[in-house]
Design a binder for this molecule. Structure first.
Ligand code: C2E
Ligand code: CA
Ligand code: CA
Ligand code: CA
Length: 278
């Protein structure tokens, strides 16, 4: 009836309001968290499964919430990723990652760190300028110690802008990886246009690869594609020895996942790296 239709319309609207209020509250709380230094980066290694070499570490944000404990990004990113605070977070992450590179180096570990940059932050006109400032302050221009991870969806949303941005970052010595590859809608044409250095195969394909012929075909296809385009290809979500063996058989040497190591606090990462044997 008309009445029901109206009610459901209002129900939907109220619900949207509730979500907006909740997000607003979270943004406010998150600003405090940044100011109070409640955020911390954990690091997950990316390794060459053939040589055992550690090729990098991905920085993954965690929130030491005073009441709720250690929160993974899924608990707060959705609420803040469309607010300007996501730019402040990204800025902090870049600075923190550069400090970590230096700290590890003093401890004898040289490993580049990749940081996740959210779509909204990539759109910010000051992104490259801020990145350059951070690199300069850290004395790290053109030193290949930082990499950015961009999701496929963010990249094709504004192809011209992102293409230029990737080139500008590369000119500063910061290569780009296309994250979650395979889950978006990018065509081969987009891939050809985007000057990225690395493809990260989304973990959903890796996790199902052993029992799902289609996922196996996708993984195999992406590896072939990467080779044809002269890109590095990394598999994420490598949880088992089987995953590793399948990937090696398909020609993908680089992997990241719980089967190698989980994301770890910086000190634990250093310990892990000292004892790691493939
Ligand atoms: P992502 O960039 O795809 O990061 C990989 C996620 O997979 C991480 O979840 C990691 O802990 C998890 N993972 C690693 N190995 C395995 C595995 O073997 N199996 C499975 N099932 N999962 C694995 P996490 O840390 O919860 O991060 C979730 C997402 O939050 C990230 O996905 C990324 O999109 C976003 N994120 C994390 N840190 C940041 C950040 O500093 N800034 C921004 N903008 N986004 C971030
Ligand atoms: Ca990532
Ligand atoms: Ca990913
Ligand atoms: Ca499937």
């Amino acid at each position: 009836s008309k009445q029901t239709g109206k009610n459901s319309y209002f129900f939907y609207d109220d619900n949207q309001d509730a979500v907006a209020i909740e997000h607003h509250r979270m943004v406010h709380r998150f600003r405090q968290a940044l100011a109070e230094r409640e955020l911390v980066l954990h690091y997950q290694p990316k390794v060459n499964m053939r040589s055992g070499r550690i090729m990098g570490a991905e920085a993954l944000i965690r929130w030491h919430h005073p009441e709720r404990g250690l929160l993974p990004p899924g608990e707060f990113l959705p609420a803040i990723e469309n607010d300007a605070v996501i730019e402040d977070l990204g800025d902090w992450v870049v600075g923190e990652a550069l400090r970590q590179v230096a700290t590890w180096e003093r401890a004898g570990l040289t490993v580049p760190i990749s940081v996740n940059i959210s779509p909204r932050h990539l759109q910010s006109p000051r992104f490259v300028e801020r990145l350059e400032r951070h690199l300069r302050d850290a004395g790290r221009l053109h030193q290949s110690c930082l990499e950015i991870e961009i999701t496929e969806t963010a990249a094709i949303h504004d192809l011209r802008h992102i293409t230029r941005l990737i080139e500008e970052c590369r000119a500063l010595g910061v290569p780009s990886a296309l994250d979650d590859f395979g889950t978006g809608y990018s065509s081969l044409t987009y891939l050809k246009l985007l000057p990225v250095h690395t493809l990260k195969i989304d973990k959903s394909f890796i996790l199902d690869m052993a029992r799902d012929a289609e996922d196996h075909a996708i993984v195999s296809g992406v590896i072939g594609l990467a080779r044809a385009f002269d890109l590095i290809v990394i598999a994420e979500g490598v949880e088992t020895t089987d995953h590793g063996l399948l990937l090696l058989a398909l020609g993908c040497d680089f992997a990241q996942g719980y089967g190698i190591a989980p994301p770890m606090a910086a000190d634990r990462f250093l310990e892990w790296a000292r004892h790691w044997r493939p």
